[in-house]
Design a binder for this molecule. Structure first.
Ligand SMILES: O=C(O)C(=O)Cc1ccc(O)cc1
Ligand SMILES: [Fe+2]
Length: 431
């Protein structure tokens, strides 16, 4: 049996400069640092906005060292190894660039989830079930490797924990979310998009189905079950395949029945198709040195206001060509949805009307739409970025938005690569 997930708990970033990345998330993206774990070997900061929680870890520049027996107060029944871990609740993996390394899920029972996965031989364990305690209670966690590049999943049971976040972390700051809430109503993680090498999608979807009971989410009603949603013309070479799962209740019911449970964060697999030339998925795979998390969609209840606030704080967004907002049809679509084309164009926000389908892919009722915008990359490389998404009834990803998002990123990447080639050429002529 698969290990069913209660909900997404946090997403970890492993970076070389924690303060820099945390500062960016606080000063620009309006996250609050609310908990920290600082020892002489570890720097881990937890930040949140709504229920979206990032843990930013200092990534090791070397393989894990032998431990030096450092003592922190308030710890009990935890082995020396974990007390001193430089990345508690995450894997110690050395990685050459800043990266999103772990998607941590809450489960009801780590021991039985791990036993089920081990019995089926489905996954590689980086950490067997392990208990960690402090004065506020205990948690059990285990870490498994995902089939996507360096991404791992920590499974955690914190039902016996009354503290603020996790054992080992202490409270930081006042964590007042209310002041900024109206200006930046980001509530949760909407989806996580993986960049994957060619022909790897089927393996990834199968793994998530067998491991966590994920189901396919059809992006398009004409989408082929095996092929996914393929865009392979006009310069776009992309295969998208989406999956979803349902939050399990805390009542002990472990089977996700779709109609009774709330869907949680979706997972999207982006695979590049070669026929249209090099593209943004290839750029990610090169610069990230392998498959991984390309972007995360942050759900907001008001994308215009959020984009305004973030833009004033210095966040840069990708924009589609200006003609996007004056196209016949698009303008009417924007106005009909109650938005102003000029305002959306200021921040590069895209609007798409979604044709809603049920599980049998029959069209159901009504005009539902979604609004999206991509930020420029967050780390030093052209790898990870964030997205803002506001859904008005639309649960999927609109074709028009995917095309426009793709083009807005593509123009930037090609420009960057052009500058890089020029720089290298100049260097080689000078030397
Ligand atoms: O539309 C979305 O938000 C997606 O997540 C789909 C997507 C995936 C990868 C890209 O490089 C561009 C768009
Ligand atoms: Fe996205």
């Amino acid at each position: 049996m698969a290990a069913y997930l209660s909900r997404l708990h946090h997403i970890s970033l492993n970076v070389s400069n924690v303060n820099k990345v945390a500062h960016e998330l606080v000063s620009r993206f309006q996250f609050n640092v609310f908990a920290a774990r600082l020892t002489d070997r570890a720097k881990q900061l937890a930040l949140r906005r709504g229920s979206a929680v990032f843990v930013v870890n200092e990534r090791p520049n070397e393989a894990p060292r032998r431990l030096n027996g450092h003592q922190s107060r308030g710890w009990s029944s935890v082995t020396e190894r974990h007390r001193d871990s430089n990345c508690l609740y995450g894997a110690h993996a050395h990685y050459p660039v800043d990266t999103v390394s772990n998607v941590c899920f809450e489960v009801e029972d780590v021991q039985s989830a791990a036993a089920a996965l081990r019995d089926r031989g489905l996954c590689e364990f980086l950490q067997p079930p392990t208990e960690v305690c402090d004065d506020s209670g205990r948690v059990t966690f285990s870490i498994i490797r995902s089939p996507v590049g360096n991404v791992c999943h920590t499974l955690i049971d914190r039902s016996q924990y009354q503290g603020l976040f996790l054992p080992g972390f202490h409270r930081v700051g006042s964590d007042s979310q209310t002041a900024a809430r109206s200006q930046c109503p980001i509530t949760h993680f909407d989806h996580i998009t993986y960049a994957c090498p060619r022909s790897s999608t089927a393996h990834v979807t199968r793994w998530y189905r067998d491991t966590f009971g994920f189901r396919r989410f059809f992006i398009d009603r004409n989408e082929d079950v095996d092929e996914g949603y393929v865009l392979n013309h006009d310069g776009i070479g992309l295969r998208l395949t989406a999956m979803e799962y349902w939050k399990c209740s805390e009542s002990g019911i472990t089977l996700p029945f779709k109609d009774e449970k709330e869907p949680d964060c979706k997972f999207v697999i982006a695979e590049s198709l070669p026929e249209q030339g090099r593209n943004q998925v290839d750029t990610f795979l090169d610069q990230h040195r392998g498959a991984g998390i390309q972007h995360i969609g942050l759900y907001t209840e008001d994308i215009v206001r959020t984009a305004q606030t973030l833009s004033q704080a210095g966040v840069q967004f990708f924009s589609p060509p200006p003609a996007y907002y004056t196209e016949v049809g698009k303008q009417e679509e924007i106005v009909a949805a109650g938005h102003d084309p000029h305002t959306l164009s200021q921040y590069g926000i895209l609007l798409d009307t979604d044709i809603h389908t049920d599980t049998d892919r029959r069209i159901t009722d009504g005009q539902r739409y979604l609004l999206q915008v991509f930020t420029k990359p967050i780390f030093g490389e052209d790898t990870f970025f964030l997205e803002l998404i506001e859904r008005r009834g639309a649960t999927g990803f609109g074709e028009g938005n995917i095309r426009a998002l793709w083009r807005s990123v593509q123009a930037y990447m090609e420009n960057e690569e052009h500058h890089e080639t020029e720089r290298v050429n100049k260097q080689s002529t000078q030397s």
